[in-house]
Design a protein around this ligand. Structure first.
Ligand code: NBP
Length: 482
């Protein structure tokens, strides 16, 4: 009797992401076993896209497990949170040692660390995989950031690399990131950088509009031009597309009829929370998350503020000259660089904290295609970290140091202009403050330390000798070495 055909991988959770990843795997010649809690999604996928490749239809977890080659590889694409634990609980009793459960959803990395540890005790591999690129990426090639054990990557890596996006040089945008939650952590920081990337574009848009007097149609041309400079990236490209869109209902630029309240799903907030825990100053990401909060949760307050709070601005004409537009472009580039530098610093700090040994050049290389923050800039970031080079800060890499030196006057002019006109540019200005904070020979932190010692005897260090010192601020002796 002929042996029943087995699948190389199973996918459970066939909503948009799972279905598209399953189709991508099948189109690359892998037989894919399909499973979904409610069988309708399985049948819908087979009815609409059954020709994409070889699929095995299953209805129960047992059927799914039985349909797979060993060691089994099961990609879980259900809603992040409790559903992932529910699916793991159903799978584990059915699996053998060395089988691999892959969580390709947007799980919070501490959950991934917890799940990996629990399954490792049963000798089952649990691999948290960051997948970026949305529905389209899942179908045609996402950027893939797998964590979990190095051993699991031997079996899983070739499949994931097959379906991943490919950079211009043909390299797959998929590589093993590091143990346990490393893949989901890196995906989370990717999303944080995405928030900042979108926010700096938004700040440039507002300045082009309200200072340079450009209407959305003109702005679309400006962004399309910028996309031919070192700013070239997916987000700049689609900014031009969004700005040139006309609303069919009113004939106005579509951007003008969209409510100015930005949504978020939580990965930006997670990034900032993790950064706070690590003491990592990701100011650009944090300001971006807060800017979205100000736009949406504070919407009612904003409406009242518009009527109540003074503007105190310098009234000025529009500055429609090309020089100002170029200043904005340069300020955008510098602020974006700071966001990436801070994100990479955060990864380096987390790598030490979790013993992940993250390879920053590899991570930058994975973001070159398939994901939302794909950009020319990543090529230079890769080069800056190449072969384990570790600039203390990405901004020290000569390629970035030199361009910032040239662009700084523009960056400062734009921040001043925005401030005087009352136009919020939180990431342009906080990134400049971060940059100046890095390069200042002395920070006002000295006074902070004095205050802390005054009210809480927290002690301070001295510039002329080692040790921790406390001053008896109102006593006879001015200082004691603690
Ligand atoms: P959803 O996040 O909308 O989840 C829907 C799927 O989860 C369905 O298959 C549903 O089964 C299943 N499910 C739920 Br809900 N509770 C379950 C449970 N207790 N047991 C078993 N299955 C359960 O799907 P998605 O938008 O395809 O996203 C999947 C993952 O990928 C998420 O973590 C998401 O954050 C992540 N992600 C999404 C995108 C994107 O662009 N959408 C991008 C990158 C990552 P049912 O059909 O029986 O209800």
């Amino acid at each position: 009797m002929a042996e029943e055909k087995k699948a190389q991988i199973g996918v459970t959770g066939l909503a948009v992401m799972g279905a598209n990843l399953a189709r991508n795997l099948a189109r690359h010649g892998h037989t894919v076993a399909l499973h979904n809690r409610s069988v309708e999604k399985t049948d819908a996928l087979l009815a609409e896209h059954g020709d994409d490749g070889e699929f095995i239809r299953t209805e129960t977890m047992q059927e799914l497990v039985d349909s797979l080659e060993k060691p089994r590889r099961i990609l879980v694409m259900v809603k992040a949170g409790a559903p992932v634990d529910a699916v793991i609980d159903q799978l584990v009793p059915l699996l053998d040692e060395d089988d691999i459960i892959i969580d390709g959803g947007n799980s919070h990395y501490p959950d991934t660390i917890r799940r990996e540890a629990a399954l490792a005790e049963k000798n089952i591999h649990f691999v948290g995989v960051g997948v970026s690129g949305g529905e389209e990426g899942a179908l045609n090639g996402p950027s893939i950031m797998p964590g979990g054990s190095a051993k699991s990557y031997e079996s899983l890596g070739p499949l994931l690399e097959d379906i991943s996006a490919k950079a211009d040089d043909g390299t797959p945008c998929c590589a093993w990131i590091g143990t346990d939650g490393a893949g989901h952590f890196v995906k989370m920081v990717h999303n944080g950088i995405e928030y900042a990337d979108m926010q700096v574009i938004g700040e440039a848009y507002e300045l082009l509009r309200d200072v340079a007097g450009q209407e959305p149609g003109d702005q679309a041309n400006t962004f399309a031009e910028w996309n031919r400079t070192e700013l070239s990236s997916y987000l700049i490209e689609i900014t031009a597309e969004v700005l040139k869109q006309v609303d069919a209902r009113t004939g106005k630029p579509l951007v003008d009829v969209i409510v100015d309240a930005a949504g978020m799903k939580g990965t930006g907030t997670w990034t900032v929370m993790a950064a706070l825990d690590l003491g990592s100053p990701v100011t650009a990401i944090a300001e971006s998350v807060f800017a979205r909060a100000l736009s949406s949760t504070e919407r009612e307050t904003r409406l009242e503020a518009q009527k109540t709070l003074a503007a105190g601005v310098r009234e000025s004409d529009t500055v429609g000259d090309a020089a100002f537009v170029e200043d904005v472009r340069r300020a955008l580039y510098c602020s974006k660089l700071v966001a990436y530098a801070q994100g990479m610093e955060m990864l380096a700090t987390a790598s030490g904290e979790h013993n992940w040994d993250l390879k920053l050049d590899t991570i930058a290389s994975l973001w070159r295609a398939g994901c939302i923050i794909r950009a020319e800039l990543l090529q230079d970031i890769m080069a800056a970290y190449k072969d384990g080079a570790e600039p203390r800060n990405l901004l020290f890499a000569p390629v970035f140091r030199d361009v910032i030196e040239e662009y700084l006057p523009s960056w400062r002019r734009v921040v001043v202009e925005a401030t005087e006109r009352g136009i919020p540019a939180p990431v342009f200005s906080s990134s400049l403050a971060y940059y100046d904070g890095l390069r200042r020979p002395r920070l006002n932190a000295a006074l902070t330390q004095g205050l802390r010692d005054y009210f809480g005897a927290h002690t301070y260090g001295r510039i002329d000798t080692d040790g921790a010192f406390h001053t008896l601020w109102s006593g006879d002796r001015s200082e004691i070495d603690s």
